[in-house]
Each structure stands twice: as C-alpha cells, then as structure tokens.
Design a protein around this ligand. Structure first.
Ligand SMILES: *Cc1c(COP(=O)(O)O)cnc(C)c1O
Length: 673
C-alpha cells in the first residue's frame, strides 16, 4: 500500500530500471517510507497551514549527516576522494595528498547561504513542520577547485550524476513557463530531508531545465550555480527559482499559505501571485510572503536593467516589477531586494547587527525589518566525541538532541571536574582525527592549532594572519609552535578572489624556513565535509571579516558547539555573544552600520590587533596543555564551556521557532497534530 501511494504521489522516472532496488513498501533508501506519505498528505490538505521555502542553494551535507543507504557502492561520479594541499613544506606537497573515502555532497550549494538553507530544512523536519522546500538541480554543481601549484586556483567543471545520487529521485512531471519569446520546461526532482529521529520529512523540489523539450541554450540554464556571464543568465536563473517554483507547487497540488523567500533571488515568485490582479488584490497577496535578507553590502543586492528584463519577461510582469522594485534615483533599474521587501509582509535580517546595517541602508523600511539571528543544525555539526560526552551528562542537560536550547544547562557542570576532564579528552579525540589526516605534514595533537576556512572575499580578509609574517614567526618562536589550517574557494569569475588565493600561497611558501615553528597548510575544495572536520577539531576558529560586512557568519557557530574557541572581530552573530567570553575579540569596532564602501580594509591595524590577541591565546594554550598534561583549572576550559552554552542559542531549532512565531504567523504548521 505504501509503495503504491508513494508512486501515485511521486511518478518516478525510470523507476523499474534505476530506483526499484532502493524504494519498497517500508523503506526509502534505508529510511522509513511512512513519514514521506504523512508529509505529502499534509501538504495536500487545505486545513494544514503549510509553508514553501525558496532558496537558490541547499547545502544538505549528506556525506556527514543522515546519509541514505544504498546496496553496493556510490557511483564513481558521486564520490570525491583525492584532495591536494598546499603547505610551507614545499616539495612534500608533490608527493602527498589526502585520501578520504567520501560521497560527494549533493553539489547544489556554494557556501554559507546554502548551508543555512540546508540546516533550516533539517530543523523544520525535526520540528515536524509542514514545509516544502524549493530549489534548483544544478547539473554541474558549483565548481571543483584544483590547486595549481603556487599559482593559485584552477576551477574545473564539476561532473556529477544526478541519476545515481542516493535519495534523489526524478519525477515524470514537468512544468511549463511561457516567457516573452520562448517556452521553458522544467523537470521536477525530489529529495527528502529527514528529521533527526526519522519521524518526519521535508520534501525538497528541485527544478531542472536540462531536458530535450527545451532548446539547447535553455537546457544549460541550470548547469552552474551563480553562473553570471551576462544578465540574461542571471535573470533566467531567478525566473526558474521564483516563477518555476510557484508553478511546481501548483502542479504538485500543494496547499501553501506562506512563501518564504530565502534571499532576494526568489523574488519573482511574487509575479505568479500578482499577475492579472488589481492593486487591492496585490496588497492582499503580500500577506502571504516573507523575506530573509542575507547581504549587508549595498552592491550585493541583485539589480537588473528593464531592457534586460524585457528579453525574458512579459510587459505585464515588468509593470509589476517597476512598481515594486524601482530605486528612487535610478529609473529603469529594478532592485530585487526592493521587490522582495515590497512584496513581503515581514522582512528579517540574519543577525542583530545586520538589522542595524539594513536600517541604515533602507530607512523607509526600518519599522518592518526585524532580526532573526541565523543558526546551525546541531546534530549535523556536532562531533561524535562531544555528542557522546553530552549524552553521558544527559541527566543534567536534559534532552538536548531534541531541543538544543537545553545546552544552556552545561553551565551547571562548570565545577564538575569529571566533566572538565571529559570535555578536554573529547576535544583531544577530535584533534586526533585531524592529526590522522595531516601528520605527514608534521601536525601533532599537543601543538596549538588554528583554522581559517571560508569563501574567499575581500571583506573576509583571507590573508590577515599572514600580513606580517615576521610577527607571526616571532610569536611562535617565543610562545610556542603554531599550526594553521586554511581553506576556501573563490568564485571562478572573481579575479580578485583568484589573486587572494595566489597571495596566500606565496605567503605560505615564504614560511618554508620557519617550518619548525609554524606549520601552515591550505586544503583544496573547502566543502561541508571539511567545514565539519575543521570546526570540530582545531583549538581556535579564526574569523576576521571587516565589520560591518559579515551579515551573520555561521562557521563559528559550528565551532562553539564543539567547544572550539573564537578569535574574531566584532561582527555578525558575534556581536550578540560579545560578553559571553567564548574566546577573544580583536580589531576594528564599527559604529557606523554603513556597509557601502569596503575600500579601506584596515589590514595593517587589524593584523597588529590580531597578533596581540594571538600572543595571549597561544600563551594560554601552552599553559593549559603542557605537552599532553592538562591543567583542568585553566580558564581555557571555562571558555569551552561558555562556548557550548552559547550553542543553545545559535542553532536553527531556535531560529525556525522564531520564523514560526515572528514572521510566518500561522497556527497549524505541523504535519501531525
Ligand atoms: C558553514 C559553512 C560556510 C559558512 O560559514 P561562514 O562563517 O559564513 O563563512 C561556508 N561554507 C561551508 C562549506 C560551510 O560548511
């Protein structure tokens, strides 16, 4: 019965040949099938208030969490084994690489925005909410990063195989979009995001233009995430997500009462509701849209010229966009952030600080922009040793796996010496995992280890710690050995990003002579797998964006959850934890809330502030860990406890509850009563 109903809901393409072996009466790739039916029925019912969540990218990280089971091996195209690294050990890098037997993460994300969307859908599932997520099936992913020894990054097209990806199913269903000059067809795929206890799911619908019904140029529109050769590509990709997503919800018969636009990319969704309506009716439609804005940088908002929009959209659509999105001093230019804000009943910034930046940027909208601070999905990002530790103390903590706000209770273990020892041991166990990958580069578990890993962008100041290498070497010489792990990808069309990677490599190479004091290495292809590995295992997480350009940042939240301390500038989410003693705060303090000009990166001043803080950090580290002998009374361990305690707030369980109460305002958003 279950399978029959499943196939009625999901007419799976090539079911007999490709998928039958993974889906049966009870099981969907090794997970229970009933939660799928329950979620799908709820979405079809008019009396359940269901939500649709739109995002350009999703970082679901199935290689590290809720991996679907298949019989046999994951196909070669969907695995990712060999990684090179670039270190200050020179020729060693030619001979060695790291081999990890891992499944390629569903390659439909590029970075933080996607990881947030993935974590959000997981928490929606954990809470048993009736939600459908909408995204795009990127046939060529984002891109694969190859190090071009010392010369920087060489981007390569990613070839993966959606037809053999565990848990991803193609439907015999397509939607049709009538555009100005052509018709576009989109094939629908589904991926099910399960809750931590496997009792609930959130279906994710993925739209795909790569089908024969489309003319050739259109087939390539869903190839590469953030491909930006020309405005036409960008407009079309946004049309696919917004308008295509709305058509897909309709074709699937879902009954949705709230449309959540995760970033302005999906703003065209509103057109579907506004077409052919009077001004009054359009006002009514706005009540069902909410918008989360992720960018603080004025230049980061999507803007399109009407002449470019006219190549794709019909006159009627353009007229609606002109009303909603024309910037006061720029006739003829449509700003998608304005469209999204004007089409939505609620607008949220992604951290308190970011809401101040938005208030400064959009004073007319000040009263409507609230802050809902981002979070991370606790069970995705927690390491096994820390999870086991917290479960050992579950009597004191409560059911923190179900409700991570319970992590606050870790404070009451502060004076428990067994806990302090267990916490340090769990951290060391994590660190040994890193050492097992990097010992051939001389990384060891009792030396101070710091990581900087993120998307390469100017305001994130990738090479700040290498600004004055002499200072760094001096600290390492006097205070103790320093191990630094770095990683990050630059968008293939971002020339400045490319030069940053090259600069990093030059500076790393120049530390060859000092390898006795400093081990520094950069890992290829930063992804969610490495995101987890690094945030779980290092002693200190370095975060040095120029305030106020980091809207939130989430990697530090993954780190604190594991008791990894922060060495950070005061920006994004950190502002809300400033007085919580979760590490060290240094550098420029912004009071302007003006993110319009990143010309002055304050590299020299902030590098000096970083070195001063670092000296204290390394000093405290070596007085805490004396060659494997640990001082359990050290303030380092108090900071670790403070960090885990703060993870009670910076998680997507709390964040999604805030969405429910503050912006969705629906009563029965649950798949089951
Ligand atoms: C968590 C994560 C991010 C986001 O981290 P930021 O602090 O916002 O830079 C980006 N990329 C990957 C792979 C991640 O895991």
């Amino acid at each position: 019965m279950s399978l029959q109903r499943f196939l009625e809901i999901n007419p799976v393409d090539r079911f007999e040949e490709n998928y039958k072996q993974f889906i049966d009466e009870n099981s969907f790739y090794g997970f229970p099938i009933d939660p799928i039916l329950k979620a799908e029925e709820a979405l079809l019912k008019p009396d359940v208030t269901s939500i649709a969540y739109f995002s350009m990218e999703y970082g679901l990280a199935p290689s590290i969490y809720n991996s679907f089971l298949i019989k046999g091996e994951v196909s070669e195209a969907n695995t990712f084994r060999r990684h090179e690294l670039f270190s200050n050990m020179r020729s060693l890098d030619y001979f060695l690489d790291i081999q990890i037997d891992k499944m390629l993460d569903l390659p439909i994300y590029s970075g933080g925005l996607g990881v947030l969307a993935g974590d959000t859908t997981k928490s929606m599932a954990d809470l048993g909410m009736s939600v459908v997520a909408v995204g795009i099936l990127w046939n060529k992913g984002y891109f694969k990063q190859n190090f071009w020894f010392r010369y920087g990054q060489l981007p390569e097209e990613m070839n993966w195989d959606p037809w053999n990806y565990p848990g991803l199913i193609p439907l015999n269903k397509k939607v049709k979009l009538e555009m100005r000059n052509e018709t576009l067809y989109l094939k629908l795929w589904k991926y099910y995001v399960y809750s931590y206890d496997h009792r609930f799911v959130v279906p994710l619908i993925l739209l795909d233009a790569n089908i024969d019904s489309n003319v050739e140029e259109l087939q390539r529109l869903t190839d590469q995430l953030y491909r930006s050769d020309n405005p036409w590509w960008k407009i079309y990709q946004r049309v696919i997500l917004g308008l295509g997503g709305m058509k897909a919800l309709e074709a699937l018969g879902y009954n949705v009462v709230r449309y959540h636009l995760n970033e302005g990319h999906a703003a065209f969704a509103f057109l579907e509701k506004a077409r052919g309506k009077s001004d009054e009716e359009i006002e009514q439609e706005k009540k069902s849209f909410v918008y989360t804005c992720h960018t603080p940088v004025a230049a980061g908002h999507d803007r399109f010229h009407i002449n470019d929009l006219r190549i794709v959209l019909k006159d009627e659509d353009i007229a609606i966009l002109e009303k909603l999105g024309t910037e006061p001093d720029k006739p003829g230019v449509i700003n998608l952030t304005l469209v999204a804000m004007n089409a939505s009943n609620h607008i949220n910034a992604v951290a308190l600080k970011h809401s101040w930046v938005m208030h400064n940027q959009f004073p007319d909208y000040k009263d409507r922009i609230i802050a809902i601070t981002n979070g991370v999905h606790t069970l995705t990002w927690i390491s096994e040793p820390v999870r086991n530790l917290l479960n050992k103390y579950r009597d004191v903590l409560g059911d923190w796996e179900k409700d991570p706000t319970n992590l606050k209770n870790v404070e009451s273990l502060r004076n428990n010496w067994d806990f302090r020892r267990d916490l340090w041991n769990a951290h060391q166990e994590n660190k040994r995992q890193l050492v097992s990958l990097l010992w051939r580069w001389g990384v060891d578990e009792n030396s101070f280890t710091l990581a900087w890993a993120r998307r390469i962008a100017a305001y994130k100041r990738p090479s700040l710690i290498l600004r004055n290498p002499d200072r760094l070497v001096d600290i390492a010489r006097r205070v103790g050995k320093i191990q630094i792990i770095m990683a990050g990808k630059a968008h293939p069309q971002d020339n400045l990003g490319f030069t940053f990677i090259r600069e990093l490599m030059d500076k790393i190479d120049a530390l060859y002579e000092y390898r006795k004091y400093i081990r520094i290495m950069m890992l290829e292809n930063y992804d969610t797998y490495f995101g987890k590995l690094l945030t779980n295992t290092v002693d200190v997480w370095l975060n040095n964006p120029l305030p106020p350009f980091e809207a939130s940042g989430t990697s530090g939240m993954k780190a604190i959850l594991n008791g990894v301390l922060q060495l950070t500038t005061l920006d994004g989410w950190v502002v809300e934890a400033e007085d919580k003693d979760i590490g060290w705060i240094f550098g420029y303090r912004d009071e302007t809330n003006d993110a319009s000009n990143e010309m002055n990166l304050r590299l020299d001043e902030d590098a000096e502030a970083l070195y001063q803080a670092l000296e204290e950090v390394v000093g405290l580290y070596y007085s805490t860990n004396k060659g494997g002998e640990v001082d359990l009374s050290s303030p380092w361990i108090d900071k670790m406890i403070n960090a885990i305690s703060q993870a009670s707030y910076f998680n997507t369980y709390r964040m999604v509850n805030d969405y429910l109460n503050k912006i969705w305002e629906v009563d029965r958003a649950f798949a089951t009563a």
